[in-house]
Design a protein around this ligand. Sequence first.
Ligand SMILES: CC(=O)N[C@H]1[C@@H](OP(=O)(O)OP(=O)(O)OC[C@H]2O[C@@H](n3ccc(=O)[nH]c3=O)[C@H](O)[C@@H]2O)O[C@H](CO)[C@@H](O)[C@@H]1O
Ligand SMILES: C=C(OP(=O)(O)O)C(=O)O
Length: 428
Amino acid sequence: MDKMKIIGGDRLRGTIKVSGAKNSAVALIPAAILADSPVTIEGLPDISDVHILGSLIEEIGGSFSFDGKEAVIDPTNMVSMPLPNGKVKKLRASYYLMGAMLGRFKKAVVGLPGGCHLGPRPIDQHIKGFEALGATVTNEQGAIYLRAEELRGARIFLDVVSVGATINIMLAAVRAKGRTIIENAAKEPEIIDVATLLSNMGAKIKGAGTDVIRIDGVEKLSGCRHAIIPDRIEAGTYMIAAAATNSEVVVDNVIPQHVESLTAKLREMGVRVETGEDQILVCGTDVLKAVDVKTLVYPGFPTDLQQPFTALLTKANGTSVVTDTIYSARFKHVDELRRMNANVKVEGRSAIVTGPVKLQGAKVKASDLRAGAALVIAGLMAEGVTEITGVEHIDRGYSNLVEKLSDIGATIWREKMTDEEIEQVKNA
Ligand SMILES: CC(=O)N[C@H]1[C@@H](OP(=O)(O)OP(=O)(O)OC[C@H]2O[C@@H](n3ccc(=O)[nH]c3=O)[C@H](O)[C@@H]2O)O[C@H](CO)[C@@H](O)[C@@H]1O
Ligand SMILES: C=C(OP(=O)(O)O)C(=O)O
């Protein structure tokens, strides 16, 4: 187990390259199960979620070869093996194995997913969708059992706009008989990416990226080659890091439209942001204005950037209110920021941040992925040394974060934790 150390205060300068999108990657890999021949995905991020999903693919008889950039998934010899626990609990996106295996085998057993603890994360809308398609779904001792004689297209109105439910229903519906219409669908770019892969495999999908998606089921899907979209949350994290350290950084391999809500907020704070075709230049400033932020579904401000953005706001002049309308308890980073001298408190679904303060290096713990990103940004801003444990959460979603930040001038490195330190963190 590793910890991360940062000596804060460095100005960053140069170009940082964004990897493929985690939230696409973790859906594209299960989507490949639906093909009858190998699927190649270019630009996959080298993150633990991808490695774990790869080994789940192997557990059910597929092959997954990944060189850190490109993966070939061969689903030819797969079987619908039960996956009631074990690795499925290590990530959220294992729920996509439900839709994909149901689509291919008409049956699946998959344990309830893990992922970041951000308050309740039910999957009732996924189940409602599978049932509408004709599946019988039961929850037995924490595992979801799905079975269908045949899948039939249906009209499904999502009660909650859900990225996971939209994609999962799409995965099952591409192999259903007839037309499925998902209404009140989520519109995140990752949904378009998955629909693009499925379409290249032979699926008939219209409307991905809008709130009504129409899917006409097909008999057969075949392998193809697909290039993943860049990770807008990773891009956003580095844009925030540049603003937080008053630096001049080019974020490369980004679709500027995907991060417009963040770009607008940074500009409101006084940060100069210039967008090109697939690059964004961020030029920090000494004096940042406080702003209010409310997380919303796409194209609103993403909840996944709420925690890193809160770290930046500790440096802004005045009081900022950050409200998370998606997750009720996505505030575990707040106590850790307070250890670093931040003036921030949680009231209901909001964090109230008063600045500016000079953060101080401290020993802190990442409780989840984006809490980890928030602490990295805080560490880059802080005076002295910040030591972050819980690095395995960061590894779920950031490919080579230490190398990428070091290359543009940050003083950041990883160290192995001693057995005693591991014990201390476990008992804390
Ligand atoms: C692997 C992946 O892509 N994870 C992303 C995905 O998570 P995930 O797909 O889990 O998030 P959803 O979009 O489903 O969740 C949005 C909201 O709907 C609620 N809900 C969801 C499903 C359901 O059946 N019932 C229900 O009530 C959730 O509790 C949450 O409050 O979208 C989130 C919201 O953009 C991001 O934070 C996560 O990074
Ligand atoms: C919440 C996140 O991930 P997951 O849904 O995989 O837990 C995230 O990427 O910020």
